[in-house]
Ligand binder design. Structure first.
Ligand SMILES: [Zn+2]
Length: 412
């Protein structure tokens, strides 16, 4: 099966040589070809270039992309898209003056989601979550990381991870699974946090390993959640079971979690709304990528991750949604890209690099995803007729996507 896309107004994120991530000043560069073609063979990108050099004859299907921009699908490296029910009431409580921490202290927040998830059966959880995954695919997401962490018991954490596995086997997009047993402290362990960490290490990790349910281990390293010591124990244990760390850190407080994550070879450190010079120093020269979640800041009204400070220090940055029922009930990467430009002063080029190739790196997938390169998966967004790619973040809140192609197949 061959599909030829012709007359592309501009083909974005064209990378001839194999790059796995883009850092610092280079993030301002987004290589492109104007008036381009792209050839798909089965599920891969087979060829591309300037329209005048297009030699393909008799493809099985031709798409005329006159006036339209083509770019790789979004790579969303941080989501909690598997959840049950919603938390609209807390949204209203926050409007009426309660903080996220106050709501959590009243048994709301993550524990509230865990309660609802505990009484939702696996099929129901699968169906609720699958619907959301289909929605984000239509909005251009082509690889997605999904975390557990609303179970907080052996049974429910495993239930979540099995649902993630079922989604992986059902949808055409690539799915990566992260075990986040240390997302919050269950009420049962309210005064015995160490015992809960023991429970994760001794009881949950072996089952997850045996059933091959996760690629990564995550910890909510934050005051009132899991300390540096807890985090270190969990990362050490996770690594023994073959799970690479990808952690929630510096959302409300910066106290050394970034350096700890780097020490244990974390693939990514996510959130970083609070960032100190020491954190930048720890990341410099490491293989750990910072991940910003701007629509979480937008929804909670907390500071944005200082993208300028990170990029100007020569580091890479990825963008992701944090799709979850409490602090980011949206999986729309287009809005993430807009928010990064509007609120974090990232240029459109930086934001698109962060949401494609760097997002792929944050899921260990940049060999196959995140750029227009020969041999990579044919995961593409074809926009509507728009004036330029700047229009994508500029005209925020509108849907500028006409078609999404996943593994060489048009999905909408
Ligand atoms: Zn998160």
């Amino acid at each position: 099966m061959t599909i030829l896309i012709t007359n592309i107004k501009e083909l974005l994120q064209v990378r001839e040589e194999n790059v796995s991530l883009i850092a610092g000043k280079s993030m301002k560069e987004l290589p492109s070809i104007k008036d381009a073609y792209l050839l798909i063979e089965n599920d891969r990108i087979a060829d591309f270039g300037a329209m005048e050099n297009c030699a393909t004859q008799n493809p099985d299907q031709t798409i005329d992309a006159r006036g339209k921009i083509v770019l790789p699908t979004w790579c969303d490296s941080h989501s909690h898209i598997v959840f049950a029910g919603n938390r609209e009431q807390e949204f209203v409580d926050r409007i009426n003056g309660l903080s996220y921490e106050e709501i959590a202290n009243r048994g709301g927040g993550i524990l509230n989601s865990a309660k609802i998830l505990g009484r939702t059966d696996e099929d129901d959880l699968f169906n609720q979550s699958l619907k959301r995954v289909h929605e984000v695919m239509k909005m251009g997401t082509g690889i997605l990381e999904i975390k557990s962490g609303y179970g907080l018991t052996l049974e429910s954490e495993v239930k979540m991870l099995r649902v993630i596995k079922r989604i992986k086997n059902t949808v055409p997009i690539k799915i990566k699974a992260t075990f986040l047993g240390a997302h919050a402290l269950p009420l049962k362990f309210k005064n015995t946090k160490r015992a809960y960490v023991d429970h994760i290490i001794n009881d949950m990790l072996p089952v997850i390993f045996k059933e091959n349910l996760a690629d990564y281990i995550d910890v909510f390293c934050e005051k009132g959640y899991f300390s540096l010591e807890d985090t270190e124990r969990l990362l050490v244990a996770g690594k023994q079971f073959g799970l690479t760390p990808k952690i929630h850190v510096n959302q409300f407080n910066a106290f050394g979690g970034v350096a700890l994550a780097v020490k244990y070879g974390a693939l990514s450190v996510d959130h970083l709304e609070e960032l100190k010079d020491d954190d930048i120093l720890a990341l410099t020269g490491s293989k750990t990528i910072p991940v910003a979640l701007p629509t979480c800041s937008y929804f909670l009204g907390i500071p944005y991750t200082p993208a300028r400070q990170i990029i100007d220090a020569g580091l890479p940055l990825a963008l992701a949604t944090d799709y979850n029922p409490g602090s980011t009930p949206s999986g729309n990467m287009n809005f993430v890209v807009s928010t990064a430009c509007i609120k974090m002063k990232m240029t459109p080029e930086e934001a698109i690099n962060a949401a494609t190739i760097n997002g792929a790196y944050a899921m260990g997938c940049s060999d196959d995803y995140g750029s227009i390169s020969i041999g990579k998966k044919a995961n593409l967004i074809i926009t509507k007729d728009i004036p330029s790619y700047n229009y994508l973040p500029y005209a925020f809140g509108d849907n500028h996507i006409e078609q999404v192609i996943i593994n060489g197949q048009i999905i909408n």
